[in-house]
Design a protein around this ligand. Structure first.
Ligand code: AMP
Length: 550
């Protein structure tokens, strides 16, 4: 039976090796010696997951619980933990350093096995309701008491889902292929189908990769669309008649039904069934078993509502009744992968759509609006009507194409309109996370409101590493107040940000926030006097088809 210490020391070696190929080799050699149960655990742990992807349950252990337990186990004051944490920006590494000063240990010093750790994670996941926090804490404490420093580091890394050792899912997948002498392409294919890396490793280890199929109640990766800029580009690319769907702005969802059992999964393959009971009811009215792909859209009186209304539902902040009246939804279906034990996903879209229409006809679910288009004029026209109705644009699909889980295979192409950009000034900065731990890379920015500046958002993507380094130097020079994690910055650096939409928000003093802000470029040609105003933000906000007030 595999020990957790071996796992930790293997990952340690993976981490200290720079080359991807070497990382894969080290992991695959280790995995070769494991049985199927341990192969499953290791693949999952190595990608920073404590449990199966697609299970509704997660360990739900936050930073504060982990810090509490580290303090208890080491007997060190909270001050010490925050000092070490700031040093690394990584709780796992902080745990490793602090655990070397561990005061308590358990009497029985039997080493931790992979199965012990998986069992504790499972028990954490199962702990629910009153007293569950105490149970989880107890479980974590006994793990950390038994763990050496390096084991503690990896336990914490898995629980915080922050592995950060340069071993992304793709490399673990490659290691699985190499460990069990399998063809890389078929392993990739199987992984996209099965969704969970642990299940993949188990099947590969047992020689059952070829038997992986899409299965009801187990989420598969979603098919994705490639962006294109103009109707002409799209018409030229396909060169034939294609289907154009409206592009709905909601939550992408995969709905599985088998008998009376219904489960809904998000694009990240997490279960979201409990947030949408009306989908469960709706599905039960259909006299078939199926796996359907579509978008959950907040919708009332024939029109889409603001996407943000769904966020509260996803977080389950309020009771179902309230949620349903504030954010009624329609599930717009656009694909079907399985039906009554039969596989449809390899069939052409044309056939799948016909089947889908037949299956959901008469149910409360909506069929995604679809029209056949063959030239750029038709695409343009439909794009306009999609925007007028409050949708985001179009997704154009090749009628002859199969459903390819997880792929942007250019069978689906999306066309959407970029909103205006805003020129804003940086007023604050934070240390980044993950790859950018310890680097100043999260910028808080503001627009002008008369003589004042009003914060409208934060962005951390869009710049190259070189630009980030240059910004860091400038920001250090402009810092007026440094609180360790956050620093106030004299407003001089102007950046141009793109975003998907503007929403009302209490979070910032402008009263607005940008959705998906990303930095387009550094505007060295502009100074803080010349940035955009709150007035312009208001204009863009009210010109949006869908606002958060609807
Ligand atoms: P984006 O979020 O801009 O990358 O666009 C891709 C997303 O559009 C998908 O993940 C879906 O959630 C969403 N989408 C909306 N309507 C459709 C549709 N009719 N067909 C496929 N995807 C759609």
């Amino acid at each position: 039976m595999g020990t957790f210490a071996d796992f930790a020391s293997t990952l340690e070696r993976v981490h200290s090796t720079a080359g991807k190929n070497e990382k894969v080799r080290i992991l695959s050699e280790y995995m070769r010696g494991l049985d199927a149960d341990d192969a499953e655990r290791v693949a999952r742990f190595a990608t920073g997951r404590a449990s199966l992807k697609g299970s509704a349950d997660e360990t739900q252990i936050g930073y504060s619980m982990i810090s509490d337990v580290i303090e208890e186990v080491t007997g060190l004051p909270p001050r010490e933990l925050s000092r070490v944490y700031v040093k690394y920006g990584d709780l796992g590494k902080a745990a490793e350093e602090l655990l070397s000063k561990k005061k308590e240990t358990t009497l029985f010093q039997e080493s931790l096995s992979l199965s012990d750790v998986a069992g504790s994670f499972e028990a954490m996941t199962q702990a629910k309701g009153k007293g569950s926090n105490a149970t989880k804490k107890g479980l974590l404490k006994s793990l950390l008491l038994r763990a050496n420093e390096s084991e503690a580091k990896y336990i914490v890394k898995i629980l915080t889902k922050e592995m950060r050792i340069g071993l992304v899912d793709g490399l673990v997948e490659e290691a699985v292929a190499r460990a069990y002498d399998l063809d890389r392409g078929s392993v990739r294919e199987a992984h996209l189908l099965v969704g969970d890396i642990g299940m993949l490793a188990r099947s590969a280890r047992s020689g059952e990769l070829g038997r992986i199929r899409l299965e009801l109640m187990r989420p598969t990766n979603f098919m994705l669309a490639e962006p294109m800029e103009t109707p002409q580009e799209i018409a030229d690319y396909f060169g034939k008649e294609v289907y154009a769907d409206y592009k709905y702005d909601g939550v992408r969802a995969q709905l599985h039904k088998r008998g009376g059992e219904v489960r809904v999964f998000s694009r990240r393959l997490e279960e979201i069934t409990a947030s949408f009971p009306e989908l469960v009811e709706g599905a039960r009215l259909i006299d078939h078993d199926f796996m359907i792909d579509g978008e959950i859209v907040p919708f009332r009186d024939g029109r889409p509502l603001a996407f943000q209304l769904l966020q509260r539902r996803l977080r389950r902040k309020e009771g179902f009744e309230g949620a349903q009246s504030r954010a009624p939804v329609v599930f717009f279906c656009f694909d079907i992968l399985l039906l009554d034990g039969g596989e449809l996903y390899r069939k052409p879209l044309e056939d799948r759509r016909r089947t889908l229409e037949r299956v959901i006809g008469g149910s409360p679910f909506g069929m995604a609006e679809m029209k056949a288009v063959r030239n750029s004029g038709q695409i343009q026209e439909l794009f306009r009507s999609s925007r007028t109705l409050g949708y985001e644009g179009l997704v154009l699909k090749d009628p002859a194409s199969p459903y390819t889980p997880g792929r942007r295979g250019k069978y689906w192409v999306k066309l959407k309109e970029e909103l205006d950009t805003l020129d804003v000034v940086i007023v604050g900065a934070e240390l980044g996370h993950g790859k950018r731990a310890g680097v100043i890379s999260d910028y808080t920015f503001a627009v002008r409101d008369g003589a004042d500046l009003r914060v409208i958002g934060k962005a951390y993507s869009g710049l190259t590493d070189k630009e980030i380094d240059e910004m860091m130097v400038k920001i250090k020079g402009l810092t007026t107040e440094d609180n360790g994690y956050f620093r106030k910055v004299r407003p001089e650096l102007v950046i141009e940000v793109a975003f998907d939409s503007i929403q009302r928000s209490e979070r910032h003093d402008s009263g607005f926030a940008l959705r998906f802000p990303r930095i387009k470029r550094i505007r060295e040609d502009k100074n803080a006097e010349q940035i955009d105003t709150l007035e312009k933000v208001r204009e863009i906000y009210s010109s949006q088809k869908v606002t958060s007030e609807q």
